[in-house]
Design a binder for this molecule. Structure first.
Ligand code: FES
Length: 102
């Protein structure tokens, strides 16, 4: 049976290491709360998107870090305000390069 594949898939780094411990820059900057915030925003906006936490994305100094596929866009130092701006831009098909990690 085919699975439902979303149009977009967001990953927020929750700093997981091989040991399974959530440590590191993103987790210490409330990435877990941002994961819940993003999930709520996705539902409120009715976007065909999935949200997942993930392990370290190896750009810790940019944390908290979020990536979205299939666009392959990387965003750093995210907070609720920046998540809103990113979602607004993606919904409107606007350029997000000013919000992305260089
Ligand atoms: S801990 Fe998030 S990018 Fe490394």
């Amino acid at each position: 049976m085919p699975i439902a594949k979303p149009e977009m898939h967001f990953f927020i780094c929750n700093s997981y290491r091989v040991s399974g411990q959530a440590q590191g820059a993103c987790n210490s900057k409330e990435a877990g709360d941002l994961l819940a915030y993003l999930e709520t925003e996705i539902l409120d906006r009715g976007l065909d998107a999935q949200v997942s936490g993930c392990g370290c994305l190896k750009v810790c100094t940019e944390g908290p870090v979020m990536v979205v596929y299939p666009a392959g866009k990387w965003f750093g130092q995210i907070d609720e305000e920046k998540v809103d701006a990113i979602l607004d831009a993606l919904e409107d098909g606007e350029d997000t390069s000013e919000l992305e990690i260089d």
